[in-house]
Design a binder for this molecule. Structure first.
Ligand code: ZN
Length: 62
């Protein structure tokens, strides 16, 4: 399977964050990510868009 990354269409960075919901796990005593939303924010330039607004590109293989 080809690994992909999400690239910011504004600045080209792949340092992007998706909004997500986390649920507290009583046993693990930590937050468990339960749902990833479609909104992505670029950590580099702050560009905000739906996941479809971001470029999905294959990760360069070494
Ligand atoms: Zn950006």
């Amino acid at each position: 399977m080809t690994k992909i990354t999400h690239r910011c269409p504004s600045c080209g960075s792949d340092d992007v964050c998706a909004e997500a919901s986390a649920k507290w796990d009583n046993d693990k005593q930590e937050w468990i990510m339960s749902d990833v939303h479609d909104m992505i924010t670029c950590q580099e330039c702050g560009y905000d868009a739906n996941v479809e607004g971001y470029f999905e590109v294959p990760l360069a293989s070494n």
